[in-house]
Ligand binder design. Structure first.
Ligand SMILES: Cc1ncc(COP(=O)(O)O)c(C=O)c1O
Length: 400
């Protein structure tokens, strides 16, 4: 008998974790592997934040907390939303979870009934469709390809909405493309949503602070205050503060929804790690200047990678507005054969052959719902990026 649930059979394991695991196995077997798959900054958590965590331990702040966060952290989150986004929230409208991932999952679990639809623009962060499936809903994937800068058009959003639509998931700057919506581009989407009062907005602002050049981040409830009462504004400390392992994410929105999310959390993880909550207060209230410093490094790496990838015949790599990913199209390589004899008939075949023949690990586009492409995370050293891109150039040049 299969011991696993029917719900679980609807879900696939995270493909990004699968790539990282395969790369690690090859490394252990002695291969020279460069991993461009990981979705986390290579910087250490800033010293003041680490010190706040240590202080919390030494002061005995090591016990259970309220399920969705300590009041001091909720205050810091309200201050952050006011300061950065011009949004007014009170602590009762705030939920803190074990990473942004748990926040999004709680919200979907708290709201979806069987058959409810969730609109997800593609390419998407790998977890959205599977979280929707786990929560009993139906992902409605809407392509937003390279020709529109990986941004969903108002017409495509309008066409995807049905009476069963429960949520629209929005992510800018995006994982996997780095694409960021301008105010006007987002306003075009919020105008559509204003005509459909039954659709709620789940905005995943995880990469808010990783915004480059003159791109200005904005979020739906800020662009259209009329959506405030049906928007869950999600964020976290993982990416901007190099705190992926501390596992703190948060959201603000209508109290009834926050209450539902609290109920789920109280029956699952009880509360996010106490020590990490105290460190997150320091992240949000402490100095923010290192973010601009880190961003200078990210811009340099982005430009390096974009230039080297665009030099490859058959590859097109747009310049993203934020995050630490690029998402080059390999439409011009489909149908060719690698030096090692693999026919490149899909982006999965491309990524597999690239890893096996050159030791460069990237994630194939099908994992993000839009092919043929691959995702590069440039959150690694300049030297590693240069070497990896040189290997990709050689790999592509040797194809026939
Ligand atoms: C778009 C997006 N949302 C949410 C998350 C989850 O972040 P966390 O590590 O805080 O759970 C990630 C992490 O990769 C992400 O890329």
């Amino acid at each position: 008998m299969n011991p696993l649930s029917a719900t679980l059979s609807r879900v696939k394991p995270s493909p990004t974790i699968a790539v990282t695991t395969k790369a690690a196995e090859m490394r252990r077997a002695g291969h020279d592997v460069i991993g461009l798959g990981a979705g986390e900054p290579d910087f250490d958590t800033p010293e003041n934040i680490r010190a706040a965590g240590i202080r919390a331990i030494e002061e005995g702040k090591t016990r259970y907390t309220p399920p969705d966060g300590i009041p001091e952290l909720k205050e810091a989150i309200c201050a952050k939303f006011k300061r950065d986004n011009g949004l007014d929230y009170v602590p009762a409208q705030v939920s803190v979870g074990t990473g942004g991932k748990q926040i999004l999952y709680n919200a979907l679990m708290a709201t979806l009934n069987p058959g409810d639809e969730v609109i997800i623009p593609a390419p998407y962060w790998v977890s959205y469709p599977d979280m929707v499936l786990l929560a009993g809903g139906e992902p409605v994937v809407v392509p937003a390809g390279i020709e529109t800068g990986f941004k969903l058009s108002a017409e495509a959003l309008e066409a995807a909405i049905t009476p069963r639509t429960r949520w629209f998931i929005f992510n800018s700057p995006s994982n996997p493309t780095g694409a960021g919506y301008t105010w006007d581009e987002l306003k075009a989407l919020t105008d559509v949503l204003m005509r459909h009062p039954h659709v709620w907005v789940m905005t995943d602002d995880m990469y808010e602070h990783l915004a480059y050049d003159d791109f200005k981040f904005c979020t739906p409830a800020q662009v259209e205050p009329g959506l405030y009462d049906r928007t869950l504004t999600c964020n976290g400390v993982s990416k901007a503060y190099a705190m992926t392992g501390w596992r703190i994410g948060y959201a603000a929105g209508p109290e009834v929804l926050i209450g539902g999310m609290r109920k789920i959390q109280s029956q699952s993880t009880s509360n996010p790690c106490t020590i990490s909550q105290w460190a997150a207060i320091e992240a949000l209230n402490g100095p923010q200047d290192f973010i601009a410093e880190n961003n200078k490094v990210f811009v340099r790496r982005r430009d390096l990678v974009v230039e080297m990838l665009n030099a490859i015949e058959g590859v097109t790599c747009p310049v993203p507005e934020g995050a630490f990913y690029v998402y080059p199209s390999i439409a011009g390589l489909i149908g060719r054969t690698s030096e090692g004899g693999t026919r490149i008939d899909s982006d999965e075949a491309f990524a597999t052959a690239l890893l096996e023949e050159t030791g460069v690990a990237v994630v194939f586009g099908a994992a993000f719902g839009l092919s043929p492409a691959f995702r590069v995370s440039y959150a690694t050293s300049d030297a590693a990026l240069k070497e990896a891109c040189t290997r990709i150039q050689r790999f592509c040049a040797a194809m026939t």
